[in-house]
Design a protein around this ligand. Structure first.
Ligand SMILES: NC(=O)C1=CN([C@@H]2O[C@H](COP(=O)(O)OP(=O)(O)OC[C@H]3O[C@@H](n4cnc5c(N)ncnc54)[C@H](O)[C@@H]3O)[C@@H](O)[C@H]2O)C=CC1
Ligand SMILES: CC(=O)C(=O)O
Ligand SMILES: [Mg+2]
Length: 609
């Protein structure tokens, strides 16, 4: 078809599709259950909100008090109980209060999902720190005591050979998003074994709240291959397998079997790997990334978020983005997250240099791990780390040698950015932060990205106090803005992969991507980076407020869909095929994504006569 003809055909097609481009209004959600089965199903349950017709037709008459309470009243009642809890726990320790709040939200989650997700969406700034980091870390640590009813699926090493049939035990016919962990590196808290299930649950809550994934179509998964946490192994009430972690082929065969089973039942589901220790994070990513639609959030989601923040730090200096290649960046922590950031940042440098591999003259990174500065002279240098090792071990690079300590490296390099993904709380101490005052940058950036709060490399107030008021500060877990006196505020950004993973998953799902490409991940990161205005950047804001996470996620999702289509990886979703996707403009793609985001309202459970 000639170019003009093609455009005419496309326009005619667009007109014919105009109907489905308008916002869809969800129809009734017909239920096959009756009576108490409905009240005990959090998906259908409306508590006292069932209208009379539904009470009559669904066998609910007499099972509820007679008064019908509206959704708005139920919402208000919950918020009132939340506020009372806040009031009644004044003076208690922060952990006690956080866990009490988590319990209150969890009870609602167990009972009435529609109301739960609405309060979560509307109050995401207040509730994300409870259902997500930092409180989710505390929940995982105390999982045994908090456990009341299961959520998600548990596949253990003892289930070998059984997973293909077990997967059919999950009651939902359709699953769109799976978040899986083996519990081996939960936040910065280490190996928590089966207790790590809290992380997939929290991540999927964010998927529902931010990406509008239907909560009926999410599946948190715990792969229990044992634990090397002695305290848990010795605990007679520990709920997981009391055996050391599987390793080598025995380990991989379990992950392989799960992936095969999940793919057999839900071939279009997106799988997010979360909180796997480094060696398995990289190995599984390599093994599955072209075979399944999957990604590793700690490696790839974190990288995109950090890169967006690094670009923000360049802009904050009044420099064009191409100056990124001349930044000096110290990365503390060479694990799955740190290396993920380094790999993506290196790709960005190469792209900015017009595709050339960056020579050592353009190696902006100084990387440290628990043994100090990593140079090529490091014994048993990990091949994943090797590309970032400084090339000289003889002392001529800034006078730094293998294993140099962080303070010395900061003093000599005078970096533009100090980025922590070490999992070690307080490692950016007073001396190190003070040394950042001599940074080459007029707006030095300090990213203390480790989670949860107690594992952050420094607190926000320490950073502003010791490194100066003009810094750009970001942390993985939330901190309050810092009052600098004289009416000035030190802005705190949250540099957390929550800004990207929901959009990466949503875009991959709605494009029906065969796999998740580097291009899709880059598009997600660039979309996030472009979200911030110059005015905000001047105020030290490099990440948007979490209150707009749903809007950001829709945009990130659309950017991912567009790239999947451009790269011909998209196969379509539902009745929207590749052809339909490829005809969509940017605006139409955005409308398509928004229209497919679930939003919590009580739907009629019966067909009106
Ligand atoms: N903000 C965010 O979105 C994210 C934050 N994280 C956080 O990053 C942290 C690390 O995660 P992973 O890389 O997966 O862990 P990992 O265990 O794979 O890597 C930790 C790295 O830190 C290094 N390290 C340990 N002690 C050190 C010290 N004293 N000085 C310098 N380096 C030291 C280790 O040698 C290792 O290279 C965790 O706290 C995690 O919660 C991880 C993913 C996303
Ligand atoms: C945020 C996150 O994924 C982590 O700390 O592991
Ligand atoms: Mg994680």
């Amino acid at each position: 078809m000639g170019g003009r003809m093609w455009y005419l055909a496309r326009d005619a097609w667009r007109l014919s599709q105009a109907r489905w481009l308008s916002v869809a209004i969800p129809g009734p959600c017909i239920v096959n259950k009756r009576g108490t089965d409905i009240l005990h199903d959090p998906w259908f349950n409306k508590d006292t909100g069932f209208p009379l017709t539904e009470r009559d037709r669904l066998g609910l008459r007499g099972l509820l008090p007679p008064r019908i309470i509206s959704f708005e009243q139920q919402y208000e009642r919950f918020m009132e109980s939340y506020r009372s809890l806040e009031h009644n726990t004044q003076g208690e320790s922060a952990n006690v209060v956080s866990l009490a709040k988590w319990r209150l939200l969890n009870r609602l989650h167990d009972r009435n999902e529609t109301l739960y997700y609405r309060v979560l969406i509307d109050n995401i700034e207040d509730f994300a720190p409870i259902i997500y980091t930092p409180t989710v870390g505390l929940v995982c640590q105390n999982y045994g005591g908090l456990f009341r009813r299961p959520r998600g699926m548990y596949f253990s090493a003892k289930d070998k050979g059984e997973m293909m049939s077990m997967i059919y035990n999950w009651p939902a016919q359709e699953v769109d998003m799976i978040v899986i962990t083996d519990g081996s590196r939960i936040l910065g808290l280490g190996d928590l074994g089966v207790q790590g299930i809290g992380i997939p649950i929290g991540k999927l809550d964010m998927y529902v709240a931010a990406a509008g994934i239907n909560p009926r179509r999410v599946l948190p998964v715990m792969l229990d291959v044992g634990t090397n946490n002695k305290k848990l192994l010795d605990d007679s009430l520990y709920l997981g397998l009391r055996q050391p972690r599987l390793d080598g082929d025995a380990y991989l065969s379990i992950v392989d079997e799960f992936m095969k089973a999940a793919h057999a039942r839900w071939p279009k589901a997106v799988v997010q790997f979360e909180d796997f220790q480094m060696k398995w994070a990289f190995e599984t990513l390599d093994r599955y990334r072209k075979r399944y639609c999957m990604f590793n959030d700690d490696v790839q989601g974190t990288a995109g978020v950090a890169l967006a923040g690094l670009f923000g730090a360049v802009r904050a200096q009044g420099l064009p983005l191409k100056e990124f290649v001349n930044q000096k960046i110290i990365v503390v922590g060479a694990g799955s997250a740190g290396l993920g950031v380094l790999k993506m940042a290196k790709q960005a440098v190469s792209k900015l240099l017009g595709g050339e591999e960056n020579s050592s003259a353009n190696n902006p990174f100084w990387v440290l791990d628990k043994d100090g500065l990593i140079t090529k002279g490091r014994k048993n240098l990990d091949p994943n780390v090797a590309p970032f090792a400084r090339s000289c071990d003889s002392g001529e690079i800034e006078g730094l040698t293998e294993g140099a300590r962080l303070l010395e490296v900061v003093k000599k390099v005078k970096p533009h950015v100090l980025l922590g993904l070490s999992g070690v709380g307080g490692i950016f101490d007073e001396q190190i932060l003070k040394a950042m005052q001599n940074s080459t940058s007029p707006r030095p950036a300090i990213f203390a990205m480790s989670n949860p709060t107690m594992n952050a490399e420094c607190t926000a107030s320490e950073a502003f106090k010791y490194a100066g008021e003009n810094i750009i500060f970001a942390s993985g877990s939330p901190f309050d803005n810092v009052d600098l006196g004289n009416g000035k505020i030190g802005h705190v950004n949250q540099a957390n992969n929550m800004y990207l993973f929901p959009g990466i998953g949503l875009g991959s799902l709605l494009s029906g991507a065969r796999f998740i490409s580097d291009g899709m991940l880059q598009a997600a990161s660039e979309c996030l980076a472009s979200y911030i205005t110059d005015n905000e950047i001047q105020k030290g804001i490099v990440f948007p407020s979490i209150s707009s996470i749903r809007k950001i996620t829709a945009e990130v999702g659309a950017a991912v869909v567009l790239t999947a289509v451009e790269e011909s990886i998209a196969e379509g979703h539902g009745n929207i095929g590749f052809k339909e996707l490829s005809y969509m403009s940017k605006g139409e793609t955005m409308a398509y994504v928004s229209r497919n985001m679930w939003y919590p309202i009580y739907l009629p459970l019966i067909q009106e006569k």
